[in-house]
Design a protein. Structure first.
Length: 567
């Protein structure tokens, strides 16, 4: 006879301090006001972190997705509560003072999710993100909290269509440079502006949002297919429901984020980023996420993996296609399946499905035959990953170069040095930057910016003026995932703390070499020592508010630019 007296597992791993006992009557009274019943207090409380906002198309649809996740939790026996956090739009904040707030928003998002989930004693989390900083921030919070959790990416935007060609937000940035050169008219510029963003979803190429979403999936923290499913696809809403159910399954099986976000999982993420030719921001964000779960990840790990992985994806900004094109031919799971077959992924890593990566991929289709988005292994775009770690007397702690789309691996030229993005922009507009120059923008690092602003406007102007690949750009700031050309960023230590980039002078010869992985200036050690003795540290640019707090707390870019590293 079947035994029906088996005790059901109590999944209230943290919320039990609220849901039981006479002393918690006031706590439960508050929750009854938002709809909890006697039955709900017997269920695990699951927080649904929504990054919904009207300030960017990346996140404008996420409220609906959050409530789909809530439904999935409720239907699976959980007690869900939706809460919000902030987002900022990198595209809207680009090229002006607003960009100083972009990277600090990652910390604010992570901190706010941790604060709400910690205070409310949630037993699990579903986090739904969109724009660039959302994915790493959500996973940083999940890593710190270490309660069963699933991340859902809000999805990529559809490409716009102009004159029969696909266009996206980077097309708009580059159109500005074309307009300044007199290559397009006012009317043509307006047509670009009105065409590139046709609806909801994150920027469509292999830019930072799609890069980090692919990283999350490769790491096993998202359901298979999450990173390449478009924002407007009906599959995205279904995925959110399944994510809600998946959290309950993780609670049942005692699978926690730190069981999933292992060193091997981060190696899987780096492998996928290299194969896809992703954003240089992946370095910052993966380092920060690893810090949140006490995984020892360094720039050397990125370089070690890069040398083993070919660049396969012909995706924007340096290629032809967008994320929706990749989705249509098998998506990120198809790419991962190919990488696993070649022995480049750790297939035994646990994932949020409660199954291993290899088990998940066994159920996924392979890439379509005859497609031209993902190259075969015997004909890659590059034999190694295109995101290269450089070191040398300009960057003792490392810098990052993006070589996708570049035919030459070495660049030597005279430095044109500017202490702000505004000064550099003015120089470009005045045609002071010539073919062969190395444009240097410094005092733009995590502390010096503060906030390590992206340089998409500058790189897009260079490309728009026809100097792409003919002018190199180096900065202790960072680049948008949409930047391409000969660009070197994340130079560490940054100028603000006395890094060698702060000692560079206009006219010094600078060399970048992705083969030898060096970034150097042709200045003697004696001369550098003399310049160092004469250097005076400038005061921080901001005295109060969030940027001042950030500048005081933030670590080096080589450590992920985190604000909770106290060595």
């Amino acid at each position: 006879m079947e035994n029906n007296n088996e005790t059901k597992k109590d999944l209230r791993i943290r919320s039990k301090v609220i849901s039981e006992g006479a002393n918690r009557v006031p706590n439960r009274a508050m929750l009854r006001a938002v709809g909890f019943t006697d039955e709900d207090f017997k269920k695990p409380m699951i927080g649904v972190a929504s990054t919904w906002s009207e300030v960017t198309p990346c996140n404008m649809h996420i409220n609906d997705l959050a409530f789909q996740a809530k439904k999935g939790v409720k239907d699976s026996g959980g007690a869900p509560l939706v809460f919000n956090t902030i987002t900022v739009s990198d595209g809207i904040s680009m090229g002006h003072e607003g960009m100083l707030f972009s990277l600090p928003s990652r910390e604010a998002i992570a901190d706010s999710i941790e604060i709400v989930a910690g205070a409310e004693r949630f037993d699990g989390i579903v986090a739904v993100g969109g724009c660039d900083k959302n994915t790493p921030a959500c996973l940083m919070a999940i890593g710190r909290l270490n309660v069963p959790s699933v991340y859902v990416y809000g999805g990529t935007i559809q490409p716009g269509i102009l004159d029969g060609k696909k266009v996206d937000i980077v097309s708009a940035f580059e159109a500005v440079g074309q307009y300044q050169e007199g290559k397009i008219t006012d009317e043509e510029l307006k047509q670009v502006e009105c065409s590139v963003c046709p609806g909801p979803g994150a920027c469509g190429g292999m830019y930072t949002a799609n890069t980090m979403a692919a990283s999350a999936e490769a790491m096993g923290m998202s359901l298979p297919g999450s990173s390449s499913t478009p924002a407007i696809s009906p599959d995205k809403a279904d995925e959110c429901e399944r994510a809600g159910a998946a959290v309950l399954n993780l609670l049942e099986k005692d699978i926690y984020p730190r069981d999933i976000m292992t060193k091997e999982a981060f190696e899987n993420a780096i492998t996928v980023v290299m194969a896809l030719g992703g954003s240089t921001n992946a370095f910052l964000h993966l380092l920060a996420m690893a810090h949140s779960v006490d995984v020892d990840l360094t720039l050397d790990d990125f370089e070690r993996i890069r040398l083993q992985v070919p660049h396969l994806a012909d995706l924007k900004p340096s290629g032809l296609h967008v994320m929706q094109d990749l989705n249509d031919i098998g998506g990120v799971p198809g790419v991962m399946k190919l990488l696993l077959e070649k022995g480049l992924l750790h297939g035994d890593c646990m994932t949020v499905t409660g199954r291993t990566l290899a088990e998940n991929l066994a159920d996924m289709p392979s890439l379509q035959e005859g497609q031209d988005v993902i190259r075969p292994f015997d004909n890659p775009l590059k034999p190694n990953g295109p995101l290269v770690v450089l070191k040398g007397n300009l960057a003792p702690d490392g810098a990052v170069a993006k070589m996708s789309g570049m035919k030459k691996s070495r660049f030597t030229g005279p430095a044109k040095v500017y202490d702000s993005e505004d000064e550099a922009t003015e120089a470009i507009m005045k045609d002071e930057i010539k073919k062969g120059d190395v444009l240097v923008i410094r005092y733009c690092g995590p502390k010096g910016g503060p906030g390590m602003p992206e340089m998409l406007s500058v790189t897009a102007m260079i490309v728009g003026k026809g100097l792409g690949g003919e002018v190199a750009l180096m900065t202790d700031g960072r680049f948008s995932g949409g930047s391409h050309g000969f660009v070197v960023g994340h130079v560490s230590p940054e100028a603000q703390v006395g890094g060698p980039i702060g000692l560079l002078r206009t006219g010094d010869m600078v060399t970048f070499d992705s083969e030898s992985r060096e970034v150097t200036m042709d200045v003697s050690e004696e001369e550098l020592a003399a310049r160092k003795n004469a250097w005076v540290q400038p005061p921080l640019k901001v005295k109060t508010g969030v940027l001042a707090k950030y500048a005081h707390l933030v670590s080096s870019a080589s450590k992920g630019a985190v604000t909770d590293l106290f060595e």
